[in-house]
Each structure stands twice: as structure tokens, then as C-alpha cells.
Design a protein around this ligand. Structure first.
Ligand SMILES: Cc1cc2nc3c(=O)[nH]c(=O)nc-3n(C[C@H](O)[C@H](O)[C@H](O)COP(=O)(O)OP(=O)(O)OC[C@H]3O[C@@H](n4cnc5c(N)ncnc54)[C@H](O)[C@@H]3O)c2cc1C
Length: 582
């Protein structure tokens, strides 16, 4: 059998090399007669990725979605936008606040359409999260080939889970390649955006070099991210601390943990990344745990992609597409059941992960008590185990159950009288995630109505993007768009980019001065979202997460539907959803 395998492999390799040398282009997958067979086999186990065999057949909707995604989400309305008249485009402008993956995705669509746009970014460089987060250990916990634009695959990933700098490099390359960089203004902080009803234009006020500037635009896009404004808890005594302290997304360059007593507040995704790096060199690391987390073991999490496989990604036609296809196919298969509160799949996962933690910490009763979460899995963001359990067994690590109570000059005190020596405090305490774009700017719609006030305590939007009374205004990564059901935020960015691009193109093509989502369309969609959230594990009353509004407990951030369902709702804008003004 091995001999046959090897002969088959050699034959395949020679066919592929001959094919490549011939210069012939490969057929797109959906034209291939063997495509259906390949889809069937895409359900095979992927042990290195930690993914078991898939258990469901792809539905037609899932297949359509996957095919569209493999082709880079082309525009279904407007095609290549060739029908947009140059003089109409020249008189149009889109202002985009934020240069993370979402802002760049909208910029990409405008760029393709030839519609003038400007990206305003308050930081010193573009790329959002991937510029701002450079703490030790920062990396994706979504596989690199899924955390990339389907329209701009990256055959050059060096790791299965890319490091932060690698993601930034990829995004910069993509932005340069498409000619977007020249339309980005950095160190430009948007203070407010106001809709002027007399002209149907947005007036965007921003600060650049200490000066207040105004930009008038037909469309305003708030792409300021859910995870860009740090949330630092108020702890009595913070002001008397004599050491260095920072939030992970405002990391102090060159900060050295060697031989230091370090305190980390928080145990979420960021703590999972940074703590093992600190532990390696610190004298002592104390971690204050608010909410215990669930995490899975993924064997290739820290692995470098071999030279041979990198070669395949670069040279074998559709190898990258196929690899990505398989991963997304597994996501579609896995999440629906496991996401359901109280489902057999969720209970089984809880049992398996509990066993996993117990085994990893050698059944140490104190650690088991602290580390095994009382809430079901998925209700908080599922993390990838970055040697977290192994780290807890080290002599120089202490895990404190509960949040810090008081800070002194060189100590942090815990809820039960624990005292941790501290030269450095790292706040891995997350972001003002439930405030969306209102965390960093004011947005005024019709009649001067302010977005944060309009929302009250529970932000909502149609498809997470638009809101009645805010014409020509779109949000990205807005309310209920976070795909905690697998997938990646770049996926959100691409679906939003295409949808917003279509709205903008419709305005240019048909001369609409205003597009505002109809209140009944917004309300119906959000009633559906509220209903759908009820069956999810995120809604668990016993668990607190960054998906939930702190005051009301409502899940404001997550998208309670399959990727293919949201894809179906956003792939082609329905202009009848909007009130229009010519
Ligand atoms: C450390 C980290 C790791 C992550 N890993 C993953 C992962 O593995 N998989 C996954 O799917 N998701 C991940 N995410 C979540 C998500 O993918 C990223 O946050 C992503 O960058 C979101 O893109 P964005 O464009 O919406 O926002 P951001 O990347 O946050 O960009 C928003 C930009 O807006 C700018 N801005 C904000 N307010 C203003 C203002 N008033 N004026 C001007 N500019 C402004 C900010 O400076 C920022 O550059 C991660 C997030 C973090 C923080």
C-alpha cells in the first residue's frame, strides 16, 4: 500500500510540475467534474488543525457561500462597476474612520469602483489591531489561511497561526498593492461626524497636527473596531503604583520583564498570549482571574509551515483555496450544534475540556477549582491553549481567583487578602467592546440625534451596519456582527465591504442623495436577532463576557447565525430596505 501511495504521489507531483511549466491556467474549482467528489472528501479529519471528521453534508446554501468566498466575494451588483459614470464618481466622496481590516475592506471596494475615498486613522500607522498590538506573544488564534482576505489570499504565511507582525505585514502589502495607502491619513483623530440635512452630506471633524479640520463626504463609514478602545478597570490605589503599568494594546516598547515581579490582570485571549512569554523570564508572575476560560488544544498552533508546504501554497494551483475551504467547511459543520445552549454537543465539549484541564494540571485540586469554568463552553470566547495549563504548574506563577481589590506602591492585593509583589502591571482587561464606534467619536444623524443616545443601553443596527435616521452612514464590526461561531473578523470585513460598496455604488449610479434603512426593516431584523440569541450558549445567565452589555446582560456583539446565513443576507443589497431621496 505504501509503495502505491508513493508512486501515486510521484506521479501527481510530475503532473503538477508539468502543468505549471506549461503555463496553462487551472480551471476554477466549480468547473471541475471532480469538484463534488472533492467536497465530499473535504469532510476528512484534519488532525494537525485539531479538527475531527465533519459529520454533516454541505447544504446548497453552504456550498454557494463557499464557492463565492473562494472566488473572493466578487460584486454581484455592478460587477466591476464599469457602469458608473466617471463624472458622477468624481463628484462623490466616502470618508472612512479607521484603518483596520474593516476600514481597509471598504476602501478596497471604493478603490475597485474608482470612487474617491479617504481613510482617517488616529494612530501613527494603518492596520488597526495589528499595528496597535505588539506585546510579546501576540498572534492570531484563527488559522492564518482563514484570517486573510478571500480576495487576497496569502501564499506566504510562515505560521499556521500568524504572529501579529506577520498579519500587519500582509495587510500593508495588500494595501500598497491596491493603491489604498495613498488615500490613508494617519494621526487624524475623528471627533465627530454630523449629518447636514440641507445638503445630505456628512461633516467629519478631525484633529490633525493639533488643528481641527473638516471633511465633507456623501457617505461616512465608522470602522473604528470593537477592540480598539482599551477598558482599564478602576482599582483603588492605582495612582500610587510606582512601577510601570500599561494596557496590552498600549504596550510600552522595550518593556523588559526579566527578573521582575509582574502582575497581569485578566485571563482572556490577550493574557493567554502574553503570560507564557512573561513567565519565561519574570521572577514571579501573578495573574488575577476575573472569568475562567475554556481553551482547546490545537497541535499546529505554534508550528511554522514547512518549506515544502510553503512551496505548495505558492505554486500548486488552488492548494491554498482548498486548504482554506476545508477549514471553513469544518467551521460550518462544528459550530451550529456546539453553540446551542444545553445541546449534547455542548455538554460533551464541556466534559472533554474539563478532563483536558484536569489532566494538564495533574489533577491539582486547587488549580482545578480555580481553572475549570462553571459556565458552559462557547459562552465566552473559545481560546487556543497556549501552554496555559503547563505554565500554571511553574514555580514562578500564581493564579488568583478573582479581581484585584487594591493597588499599593509595589503590590497588588487580591479579594481574599492575597498580596502580589509588583514591579510591572499589565492590564489584559479588554476593550470597550459594547460601545462600538461611539467609544471614540460622536455621530449625529437627522435632527442632531446622537448615536449613543439613540442606542441607549442596547446598540442595534440593521445587519450590524445601518440605523434609521442616520442616512448614508454605515458601521463595520457593528452590533451583532462578531462571528464567535467560527470564521474570522476578516470574513465580517469582506461581507460588510461588499455590502457597503454596493450601497455606495447604487448612490453613485442612481443619484440617490440619501439612503436610510427603514425603521421597520431594522426592527424586524433585530427582533429576529434577539430571538436567535436565546438558543445560544452566549446568552448563559451565569457567564460574563465582552459580548454582553454590562448593564443589561444582553448579547450585543455576536452574530447568532451561520456564516452562510449572514452571507445570504448581505451578498446583494436590497435597495427596498432603504428610504431613498433623490
Ligand atoms: C490582539 C487581538 C487579536 C485578535 N485575533 C483575532 C483572531 O485571531 N481572529 C479573529 O477573527 N479576530 C481577532 N481579533 C479581532 C479582530 O479581528 C480585530 O480586532 C480586527 O482588527 C478588527 O478590525 P476593525 O477594522 O474592525 O478594527 P481595528 O483593527 O480595531 O481598527 C480600528 C481602527 O480605528 C481607529 N480609530 C478608532 N477610533 C478612531 C477615531 N475616532 N479617529 C480615527 N481613528 C480611529 C483605531 O485607531 C484603529 O486603527 C483580534 C483582536 C485583538 C485585539
Amino acid at each position: 500500500m505504501e509503495e502505491v501511495d508513493s508512486k501515486l504521489r510521484d506521479k501527481l507531483a510530475s503532473v503538477m510540475i508539468e502543468y505549471r511549466q506549461s503555463g496553462r491556467s487551472a480551471l476554477p474549482p466549480d468547473c471541475s467534474p471532480i469538484f463534488k467528489d472533492l467536497c465530499h472528501h473535504s469532510g476528512l479529519a484534519m488532525p494537525l488543525d485539531g479538527l475531527a471528521e465533519t459529520s454533516t453534508n454541505l447544504t446548497q446554501l453552504q456550498l454557494d457561500y463557499l464557492m463565492d468566498e473562494m472566488r473572493g466575494f466578487p460584486d454581484v451588483i455592478g460587477g466591476d462597476y464599469a457602469d458608473l459614470k466617471p463624472e458622477k464618481k468624481a463628484n462623490f466622496h466616502v470618508a472612512i474612520c479607521g484603518s483596520g481590516v474593516n476600514g481597509l475592506s471598504v476602501a478596497l471596494r471604493c478603490q475597485r469602483a474608482g470612487i474617491p475615498y479617504t481613510v482617517l486613522e488616529r494612530d501613527t500607522d494603518i492596520c488597526g489591531t495589528w499595528h496597535q498590538n505588539f506585546y510579546p506573544g501576540v498572534r492570531c488564534d484563527t488559522p492564518s489561511f482563514v484570517y486573510s482576505f478571500s480576495s487576497d489570499p496569502n501564499p506566504n504565511w510562515k505560521h499556521y497561526f500568524a504572529h501579529g507582525a506577520e498579519v500587519k505585514e500582509y495587510l500593508k502589502r495588500m494595501t500598497d498593492k491596491h493603491g489604498i495607502t495613498k488615500n490613508c491619513i494617519t494621526e487624524a483623530t475623528v471627533e465627530s461626524a454630523t449629518f447636514d440635512e440641507s445638503s445630505s452630506m456628512w461633516e467629519v471633524r478631525y484633529i490633525k497636527n493639533g488643528e481641527v479640520k473638516t471633511m465633507r463626504s456623501n457617505v461616512y463609514v465608522g470602522a473604528s473596531g470593537q477592540l480598539s478602545n482599551p477598558k482599564i478597570p478602576h482599582i483603588p490605589g492605582q495612582e500610587v503604583f510606582e512601577g510601570q503599568a500599561c494596557h496590552t494594546s498600549r504596550f510600552i516598547p522595550g518593556m523588559d520583564f526579566t527578573g521582575k515581579n509582574v502582575v497581569v490582570m485578566g485571563t482572556g485571549a490577550t493574557a493567554m498570549g502574553i503570560c507564557p512569554e512573561i513567565q519565561k523570564v519574570a521572577k514571579h508572575l501573578t495573574i488575577f482571574q476575573g472569568t475562567p476560560q475554556w481553551y482547546v488544544d490545537i497541535p499546529n498552533h505554534k508550528k511554522t509551515i514547512t518549506e515544502e508546504e510553503q512551496w505548495c501554497f505558492r505554486h500548486v494551483p488552488f492548494y491554498e483555496r482548498w486548504y482554506r475551504f476545508q477549514q471553513i467547511r469544518h467551521i460550518l459543520d462544528f459550530y451550529v450544534d456546539v453553540l446551542r445552549a444545553g445541546s449534547d454537543a455542548n455538554k460533551k465539549l464541556q466534559k472533554d475540556l474539563t478532563e483536558y484541564i484536569k489532566n494538564k494540571v495533574n489533577h491539582d485540586p486547587e488549580l482545578v477549582d480555580k481553572m475549570v469554568p462553571p459556565h458552559p463552553p462557547i459562552c465566552t470566547r473559545m481560546l487556543v491553549d497556549n501552554n496555559w495549563c503547563t505554565m500554571m504548574l511553574k514555580e514562578n506563577v500564581t493564579l488568583v481567583k478573582g479581581r484585584a481589590k487594591e493597588i499599593k506602591e509595589a503590590e497588588v492585593h487580591g479579594p481574599r487578602g492575597e498580596v502580589a509583589p509588583a514591579d510591572i502591571i499589565i492590564y489584559a482587561t479588554g476593550f470597550q467592546s459594547t460601545r462600538f464606534c461611539t467609544a471614540s467619536m460622536k455621530v449625529y444623524g437627522r435632527r442632531g440625534i446622537e448615536l449613543a443616545q439613540d442606542w441607549g443601553s442596547e446598540p442595534t443596527a440593521y445587519l450590524g451596519m445601518s440605523r434609521p435616521n442616520f442616512p448614508n452612514f454605515f458601521m463595520t464590526y457593528g452590533p451583532n456582527t462578531n462571528v464567535s461561531s467560527g470564521g474570522s473578523i476578516i470574513w465580517c470585513a469582506e461581507t460588510a465591504g461588499r455590502y457597503i460598496g454596493q450601497c455606495v455604488a447604487a448612490m453613485v449610479r442612481d443619484g440617490y442623495k440619501e439612503l436610510a434603512v427603514k425603521p421597520e426593516v431594522h426592527d424586524k431584523y433585530n427582533a429576529y436577532i434577539t430571538e436567535e440569541l436565546k438558543w445560544t450558549a452566549w446568552d448563559d445567565k451565569g457567564c460574563m463576557s465582552w459580548y454582553k452589555n454590562g448593564n443589561t446582560g444582553k448579547v450585543t456583539n455576536n452574530l447568532p447565525m451561520g456564516l452562510e446565513d449572514f452571507w445570504g443576507k448581505t451578498r446583494m443589497v436590497d435597495l427596498s430596505d432603504f428610504d431613498k431621496k433623490l
